[in-house]
Write a protein that binds this ligand. Structure first.
Ligand code: ATP
Length: 333
């Protein structure tokens, strides 16, 4: 998935993997999802059948890929990882399907990006563990049937609404991953600080958790930055003051807003006097694309009630003016 913010770039992929839970018991939060999955895994194993296909949806960084790694680990099977954006034609999908061993897992991240022509092959693969390939055209066309070994498809999407109904309905288990609360994020920070062999007190973990937008991936990113900062500026000693200074330095404020979020609010409040202002107008003024604003900036601002979307455009809320310490323009002026 696209990085959620500029700080994302601070974390190389290997580190993301080293902090990733390996087993379900190491996962924090999402307890209701975990409980249901454990039952499904148990039942499938009892029957000696592959686990039903699973669809995870939810915003980036909440654990979709993590689930796709721990589920096969619980089942003692292997997983093949694919990305919907890379499956441009049926031939891209075939090697994944034919390589799967019996009962193994195929994980397709960003499954909403699969084109229709590829999606249709998934239908029979998911339903009957079979693919029908049409060779040639017109009267000389022939169909080849491939039997597949029974497998489990795990799909992940940030946009469940973009999935076609026929595809969505072929998943027996559908789970939505929600935001993590402060206590859960603190626990993730504490556990990962042990993995990274740095001592972190509750106060520091709280500061990191509070600025992580309810998202484990961001908590990890912030933790890694705090570690670097403490090492070079504070002899490796991490406390709440050092942690806050480290995050201030990369523009992450007390609510977890980054520079781009504050740039948006600043534009809306100062240039458009709090709105209503159209998305395009804000984007032009900030010199960024409206897609970026709509996909990466606005969701968090809406969620934290910093802005509202009205029929006439975006408006900054009272909370936004308070947080940004900007004086609200006089309505009668
Ligand atoms: P994307 O859609 O962007 O790929 P994702 O939903 O697949 O995101 P993950 O890659 O699974 O998110 O999670 C990001 C990181 O957050 C993981 O590397 C892991 O360290 C941490 N993480 C996610 N969920 C949990 C959890 N429940 N407990 C502990 N750590 C977690």
């Amino acid at each position: 998935t696209e990085p959620e913010s500029e700080t994302e770039a601070l974390m190389p992929k290997e580190q993301d993997n080293s902090l990733r839970p390996r087993r379900m018991d190491e996962m924090v939060g999402q307890q209701d999802v975990i409980e249901r999955l454990k039952i499904a895994i148990d039942a499938a194993q009892g029957r000696g059948e592959p686990l039903g296909h699973i669809l995870f949806d939810g915003p980036p960084g909440l654990g979709k890929t993590t689930f796709a790694t721990v589920i096969p680990a619980e089942m003692g099977t292997s997983v093949e990882m694919a990305n919907g954006a890379g499956l441009r034609a049926p031939k891209d999908l075939l090697p994944y399907l034919t390589n799967l061993s019996e009962g193994a897992v195929l994980f397709i991240d960003e499954i909403h990006r699969i084109p229709k022509s590829v999606e249709e092959y998934l239908y029979t693969a998911m339903e009957d563990f079979r693919i029908d390939i049409i060779l040639g055209e017109g009267v000389s066309a022939r169909t080849l049937n491939y039997e597949l070994r029974p497998f489990t498809l795990i799909g992940a999407t940030t946009r469940a609404g973009m999935l076609s109904a026929p595809l969505r309905d072929r998943f027996q288990i559908r789970e939505h991953l929600g935001w993590y609360n402060q206590a859960e994020l603190c626990e993730i920070v504490q556990r990962n600080s042990k993995k990274l062999k740095i001592a972190i007190d509750d106060g520091s973990a709280g500061v990191i958790a509070g600025r992580s937008r309810s998202t484990p991936r961001l908590a990890n990113n912030r933790l890694l930055w705090v570690r670097d900062y403490a090492q070079s500026k504070a002899n490796g000693k991490v406390d709440a003051t050092v942690t806050a200074a480290a995050l201030d330095m990369i523009g992450i404020d007390t609510l977890g807003l980054d520079k781009q979020d504050r740039g948006y609010l600043d534009t809306l409040m100062r240039v458009f006097l709090g709105g209503p202002a159209g998305l395009e107008a804000i984007a032009h003024t900030m010199n960024v694309s409206s897609d970026t604003l709509e996909d990466e900036v606005e969701p968090f601002l809406l969620r934290t009630e910093m802005i509202v979307r009205t029929r006439r455009g975006r408006m900054a809320t009272h909370k936004a003016f308070e947080h940004m310490k900007v004086k609200k323009p006089d309505a009668s002026a």
